[in-house]
Design a binder for this molecule. Structure first.
Ligand code: PGA
Length: 266
């Protein structure tokens, strides 16, 4: 059975004590799941204290960003090298980084390579804006983002990464995710099929099959089973709902129920 991956992206929310309280609440509610991997992506500031607090049988940590150079005169930055013993994953190329902080395709490529060089698994975010979708450019955008980000990698490296399909128009502002517009399962199916076929064409069958692909954008517990039914979806990158221990643990529980049903049918 394929493991489900659920990543909570806390973005720029929660100071150290708030983050610690959320972890405390989640640890009470989330049982150990052998076939579900749950990853928390708090701010850089709270990674270190949370690494001492988390029950490692239940949670792993991700950073939300890092700089691609290993060290040097880069005021304000933290490198992948500095994170290597602290986190399993780093989110790379999130649409907020691409659009608000103007990260270019080349920057995202360099960060993806830096993650792998430092033995951290990148969670590479790709996705089109509303205008791009309306203009019929979704596949072209995905193509360009994948081609540049993966250009320096080997097939074995690509097989091990995570790609998150996050249509920009479906991402909430962190408060309105319950009523925000979200992608429909058939739109996600199309995009995920395209991503896997791109990886298969360029990096071979094994990479196309093994690469993990997440959906992200206004994820709530109600959509979990419907989106896990979409062929090729391995889990979720959750923003707003991951800040609420009730909703986030419900998302994990819904994934667990979906998995058990699948098991019974096997
Ligand atoms: P959202 O955020 O679930 O609040 O839409 C997803 C993301 O940006 O990773």
């Amino acid at each position: 059975m394929r493991k489900i991956l659920i990543v909570g992206n806390w973005k720029m929310h929660l100071n150290t004590s708030q983050a610690s309280l959320l972890v405390h609440r989640l640890q009470e509610r989330v049982p150990i799941h052998r076939d579900i991997e749950v990853v928390l992506a708090p701010t850089m500031l709270t990674l270190q204290p949370l690494s001492l607090q988390i029950d490692r049988r239940k949670f792993r940590l991700a950073a939300q960003n890092a700089y691609w150079r290993d060290e040097g005169p880069f005021t304000g930055e933290v490198s992948f090298t500095m994170l290597r013993d602290l986190v399993h994953y780093v989110i790379v190329g999130h649409s907020e980084r691409r659009h608000i902080f103007e990260e270019s395709l080349e920057t995202v490529r360099d960060k993806t390579a830096a993650a792998i060089r430092n033995e951290i698994t990148p969670i590479l975010c790709v996705g089109e804006t509303k205008v791009e979708r309306d203009e019929g450019e979704t596949k072209q955008v995905l193509h360009d983002q994948l081609m540049s980000a993966l250009s320096n990698l080997t097939s074995a490296e690509v097989a091990d990464i995570v790609i998150a399909y996050e249509p920009v128009w479906a991402i909430s502002d962190g408060t309105n995710f319950k009523e925000h517009i979200m992608a429909k399962p058939d739109q996600v199916a199309d995009a995920v099929r395209y991503i896997r076929s791109y990886v298969t064409d360029v990096f071979g069958e094994r990479a196309g099959k093994d690469v993990r692909i997440l959906y992200g954008g206004s994820t709530v517990p109600e959509i979990v089973s419907g989106f896990l039914d979409v062929p090729g979806v391995d889990g979720f990158l959750v923003g707003g709902a991951s800040l609420n221990y009730h909703l986030f643990s419900e998302i994990i529980a819904a994934a667990n129920r979906w998995q058990r049903q699948g098991n019974e049918e096997d």
